[in-house]
Design a protein around this ligand. Structure first.
Ligand code: PXL
Length: 283
């Protein structure tokens, strides 16, 4: 029987799509977690030639193989310090990922992080059906930490996107509700208190406190920055850092990547040029 090496390796199962072009999901989570000294085991939900903002992307649904891969991981007795999900490929995958959480969350030390990727700017991504969106709540319910943007937070809460607060302090009610009575931590990304600032509001279930972290807006939004942000938070938490410190690190890293990419004219759809800055994440 195969016995995996556990301590001192920190191992994360990353359940996201693999988009060949456009720096998001697994093409961001894998290098980011590796740079942070965390082993990342990918479980692709779909393969796309490029993310869904590009016209004519190809889409290979991986649902059937996810089930087989998870069964094989179980046979191999793999343990994970975190189960980290993002963009899903089908409504059926809500059950598949739920089952994976149930199988591999062996104790309270296995963190479940759900980035409830569904849309942006008040609109769902092209492959997300209303069924997938309404059922994403079931996954969020199982999480220790969720990292929605404002669009995703409004979908999870069943509130109109237009009713979202603007001022950071006004997000407290949303955070409270999303935390399920304080049982999970929540980070809402993409909060714009003014035109020239951008940040995240959060609730930390361990300390029971609310917070807001902001940075200067560099002047352009890029695809995949939510994935990069959440991956840095996961990597930092795997090093035992508090949520507030992890949020600080992620906010600053993403800002620097945006600044570099804005400076050299990278197009939004290509995602941020994080490769040359990954060394800053070494822990
Ligand atoms: O960054 C979120 C994301 C992830 N995966 C795919 C996407 C998007 C956003 O457009 O299209 C395939």
């Amino acid at each position: 029987m195969f016995t995996p090496t556990n301590e001192p390796i920190t191992r994360v199962a990353a359940i996201h799509d693999m988009s060949g072009f456009g720096r998001c999901s697994l093409t961001v989570a894998l290098p980011t977690l590796s740079a942070m000294g965390v082993q990342c085991c990918p479980l692709p939900t779909a393969y796309l030639s490029a993310h869904t903002a590009f016209p004519n992307f190809t889409f290979l649904d991986m649902t059937a193989d996810m089930i087989k891969a998870a069964e094989h991981w179980k046979e191999l007795n793999l343990n994970f310090n975190a189960l980290y999900s993002g963009f899903l490929g089908s409504e059926e995958q809500i059950d598949v990922v739920s089952n994976i959480f149930g199988t591999f969350k062996t104790n309270d030390n296995t963190l479940i992080i759900v980035d409830p990727v569904m849309g942006d700017d008040g609109k769902a991504y092209k492959t997300y059906t209303p069924g997938m969106c309404s059922r994403m709540r079931e996954l969020a319910d199982k999480a220790d930490l969720i990292t929605p943007n404002i669009t995703e937070a409004s979908i999870l809460l069943g509130k109109p996107y237009e009713s979202a607060p603007v001022k950071p302090e006004d997000f407290k009610r949303w955070l409270e509700e999303l935390s399920g009575g304080g049982k999970r931590s929540v980070i809402i990304t993409g909060v714009r208190p003014t035109h020239c600032r951008i940040g995240q509001v959060y609730f930390d279930r361990i300390h029971g406190d609310f917070g807001f972290i902001e940075r200067d807006y560099v002047g352009q939004l890029f695809h995949g920055t939510g994935d990069l942000y959440a991956s840095v938070v996961v990597g930092s938490l795997m090093h035992g850092k508090p949520l507030a410190d992890s949020i600080e690190l992620a906010a600053e890293f993403v800002r620097e990547c945006c600044e570099l990419s804005f400076g050299d004219g990278t197009s939004s759809s290509e995602g941020v040029r994080f490769e040359s800055l990954l060394y800053k994440l070494k822990m």
